[in-house]
Design a protein. Structure first.
Length: 396
């Protein structure tokens, strides 16, 4: 396995062990200079000429093609813009149109709540007697039948890190005549994903977690190339028009992945992401995955040895676990706050899950061992019981 440790590429605070890249990736070196260049040299000096001279309008597809290389997707099949929530809305709307004789959207109880909100909102808007059918994660495969229009799943559970088999479930969905839609929020930049090989119909995701695009980084949407011309976007935006600068009164959809564009791209944020994706040059996702599993296994072993009162919430089988390790503890929020106070940053998800992102680009074995030692001390000395750690903040 080639070394994939790239901590020197990141501009991180001293004496911090960052185990929260599953929520927000850290700042890469060169990003500050790149954002300043775009602000000062492109926006500041070129003003509106930047749309043509700096190729701002091409960014969503250009950055999409860089992401496509990471996700093993065809060129011209991914576009960036807006948020994951909006991209999910677009993808789900298009997926339902492709299968409009059926009425069921199948998902699981481990899905991110926002995905469920989006689906329910779309169902209410369409008013077509659609049903959101929510089953247990382990019941998904057996629940795929001829009633299902769309199978909508998040590949990696945001709480426990449990993984759905992307290729297997896609194949089963297609065999029953259902359209397959994946949310890759906790997969992109964390797991080997091969969208072309999977043959899935749609995929969406965010870029501020493992891809280190920064807070507010744009979402992405993938459409299998043979479906692009068939798609009817639920949100028909100006830039999804075939000729947006013709300013026609009627919508004529683009015949490329541009059909999934909505509004003006966020140029500065997109420029940050474009620069951040350079770190993936010459990194094999299989090497990253191997190192992630190695570090995760060390973490679990040390936690169970030194902190037995905290129980594993993630699957024990590493093949069924994403790039995070989660644990149950009734007072997990306070413990996480105490850890953060000591310079070990993880996060908490209600009601009682402590999450730790294992990101080998900037985490090594020493970090893992030191993090567990710190947690052991916090628990042994009851440091987490201080009032300042128990009171919950707005963002957990």
């Amino acid at each position: 396995m080639n070394s994939i440790y790239r901590k020197s590429f990141f501009d991180m605070p001293e004496n911090i062990i960052y185990l929260d890249g599953n929520s927000l990736g850290p700042l890469l070196k060169g990003i500050t200079e790149e954002s300043e260049r775009v602000i000062n040299k492109e926006w500041g000096e070129k003003l509106i000429k930047g749309w043509n001279e700096s190729h701002w309008m091409d960014q969503p597809v250009r950055v999409g093609n860089k992401l496509a290389r990471i996700l093993k997707a065809e060129e011209g099949s991914i576009i960036l813009g807006e948020t994951l929530s909006l991209k999910l809305y677009q993808a789900l709307g298009s997926a339902l149109d492709l299968n409009n004789e059926r009425k069921v959207i199948l998902t699981d109880s481990g899905n991110f709540p926002s995905d469920l909100y989006i689906a329910k909102g779309l169902i209410d808007t369409l008013n077509r007697n659609l049903e959101l059918r929510i089953v247990k994660p382990e019941e998904v495969e057996s629940s795929i039948n001829e009633d299902v229009a769309v199978v909508m799943l998040t590949q990696v559970d945001y709480r426990t890190g449990r993984i759905h088999d992307l290729e297997l479930i896609t194949k089963k969905s297609h065999a029953s005549g259902a359209v397959m839609l994946w949310d890759l929020a906790h997969s992109a930049g964390a797991l080997p994903v091969n969208l072309e090989k999977s043959n899935c119909d749609f995929a969406v995701g965010c870029t501020y977690k493992y891809l280190n695009g920064g807070p507010g980084a744009p979402g992405f949407i993938y459409v299998r190339p043979d479906l692009i011309k068939k798609c009817s976007p639920a949100i028909k935006g100006w830039l999804g028009h075939k000729a947006p600068f013709a300013f026609e009164r009627e919508f004529r959809k683009a015949e490329t992945i541009d059909v999934m564009r909505v509004g003006t791209p966020s140029v500065i944020q997109m420029s940050i992401l474009e620069k951040a994706l350079d770190i993936w040059n010459n990194i094999e996702m299989s090497d990253l995955r191997e190192k992630t599993i190695e570090l995760s296994e060390i973490f679990i072993c040390e936690m169970e040895k030194k902190c037995p009162q905290i129980k594993l919430a993630s699957p024990r089988n590493s093949e069924l676990r994403g790039s995070q390790v989660s644990f149950f503890f009734d007072d997990g929020y306070a413990v996480i706050q105490a850890l953060i106070d000591e310079g070990v940053i993880g996060d908490f998800r209600a009601p009682n899950i402590m999450r730790f992102g294992i990101t080998p680009l900037y985490i090594n074995e020493d970090d893992i061992l030191n993090a567990v030692t710190c947690l052991e001390r916090i628990l042994r000395q009851d440091l987490w019981k201080k009032d300042k750690f128990i009171k919950k903040k707005a963002v957990t």
